[in-house]
Design a protein around this ligand. Structure first.
Ligand code: AMP
Ligand code: GLY
Length: 414
């Protein structure tokens, strides 16, 4: 099977390694890719906002499957254009990707599907906004209705800050604050059947103890020793399967990865958000743990053939820590030289924002690398990840020191 993977981040590096490891994958192409991906796959220049360029590349390479990594091309409708050209693609149509592209749309589908989520109002005027803020009270949760690359959500006790953010959005969703640990749980869907992956947890704030600004994600781990033992079955039953059934009933089946961001509240599991693609950095801990061959799995989803699929997992834990550039997330510095990588057993260094120039390997984005360690438990996995990341030099860079720390302590206590 010849595969084209679209994207260039740490998520695509992890997906690329997973696809490459599947014996059925005979050729792996990635566009645009990155220097880490180029070590095992053929990379091609690509402007990912150009749907026709993606179709042209897939046709030129004569691939059997296209896998879309990031959200932009999905919401931009690239899967519709690929399917119209007769190409199998793992990724939702433009209409189905609205589950990520519009928070209001996601709320409507959840309401019709009976999926539990925070109560919310979509507002367009100041009067509506102020009313909604006062209905729910602090902490206020204010979300830009459209795609905002992880920066559209403000959670604050400060009413003025909440109001200012709301007024800066075109259309804004104001919702009830959900109290409880957050879990990311992904499902792979062929439009009718959805297969749940094991849960992961990511760390969205820039600094230790969940302080600092919201980011795309600073680290993740899986599995979650503290989570209810039926979390996968429960989420499949109450969230993933009803969403897939509702999307199919609307005539817009969801094919691809449905990412459920969940809050485990005292009143049960509630959905915080959906994304229409693999999460980053959760993918960097899930793919190394997944035993099921990835290329065959995604091909089955793309060709509507998932029924009866059971996933197999390694009996290990994985922890990933993001190395971020100085100034991330507000003003990341780029163009700095990255030192030589250490070789530490059971670790993988995924490139996220790197490029090669005359200086060597340099930083080119806010999240520069993500370093995953695996081990027999979280303590071993995190020791390895931290040992590896501590040996990488990049001026001004930083990483959180508490990824999976509490979970590893809780696990030891069990
Ligand atoms: P989102 O982009 O919707 O994932 O929101 C980013 C982050 O804001 C989430 O990971 C949560 O930490 C927080 N958040 C979003 N919605 C809520 C909510 N209703 N209650 C509490 N926290 C929330
Ligand atoms: N890990 C958060 C995201 O992918 O949006």
């Amino acid at each position: 099977m010849k595969i084209l993977l679209v994207g260039s981040g740490g998520r695509e590096h992890a997906l690329g390694l997973g696809l490459h490891a599947d014996p059925e994958c005979t050729e792996l192409h990635v566009a645009p890719g990155n220097p880490g991906i180029a070590e095992f796959a053929s990379c091609h220049a690509l402007v990912i906002t150009d749907n026709q360029a993606i179709v042209d590349l897939a046709q030129k390479l004569d691939v059997d499957l296209v896998v879309i990594g990031p959200e932009f091309p999905l919401v931009n409708g690239v899967c519709d254009v690929l399917r119209a050209a007769g190409i199998s693609v793992f990724g939702p149509s433009k209409a189905a990707a609205q589950l990520e592209g519009s928070k209001t749309f996601a709320k409507e589908v959840m309401a019709d599907a009976g999926v539990p989520t925070a109560h919310s109002f979509t507002c367009t005027t100041q009067e509506e906004i102020e009313k909604a803020l006062d209905v729910f009270g602090a902490p206020y949760v204010v979300k830009d209705d459209g795609l905002a690359a992880g920066k559209g959500v403000v959670v604050t006790r400060d009413r003025q800050e909440a109001l200012d953010h709301a007024l800066a959005c075109n259309r804004v969703v104001i919702e009830e604050f959900l109290d409880g640990p957050e879990v990311s749980l992904f499902g792979i869907s062929d439009g009718k059947t959805i297969v749940a992956l094991q849960p992961a947890q990511d760390f969205k704030r820039a600094n230790d103890n969940d302080s600092g600004l919201n980011t795309g994600g600073m680290g993740a781990y899986s599995p979650l020793p503290w989570a209810p033992s039926d979390i996968i079955e429960d989420t499949h039953l109450k969230v993933l399967a009803p969403m897939i059934a509702e999307m199919a009933a609307r005539g817009t089946p969801f094919v691809g990865l449905l990412y459920a961001g969940l809050a485990l509240t005292d009143h049960g599991t509630k959905v915080i958000e959906f994304n229409a693609r693999f999460g980053d950095p959760e993918t960097q801990v899930l793919i190394p743990l997944l035993k099921t061959p990835l290329a065959q799995l995604l091909y089955k989803a793309a060709t509507r053939n998932l029924e009866g699929t059971q996933l197999e997992w390694r009996d290990d834990s994985a922890v990933t820590v993001v190395l971020a550039a100085k100034g991330y997330p507000s003003a990341p510095q780029s163009g700095d030289l990255i030192g030589k990588f250490p070789t530490i057993e059971n670790t993988v260094i995924y490139h996220a924002g790197t490029t090669r120039n005359e200086k060597g390997l340099v930083s080119s984005g806010g999240r520069v690398l993500t370093v995953t360690g695996t081990g027999s438990d979280l303590t071993e996995a995190r020791d390895r990840a931290y040992r590896a990341i501590s040996h990488i030099t990049l001026e001004g860079s930083f990483y959180r020191s508490d990824i999976a720390f509490n979970a590893s302590v809780a696990e030891k206590g069990n």
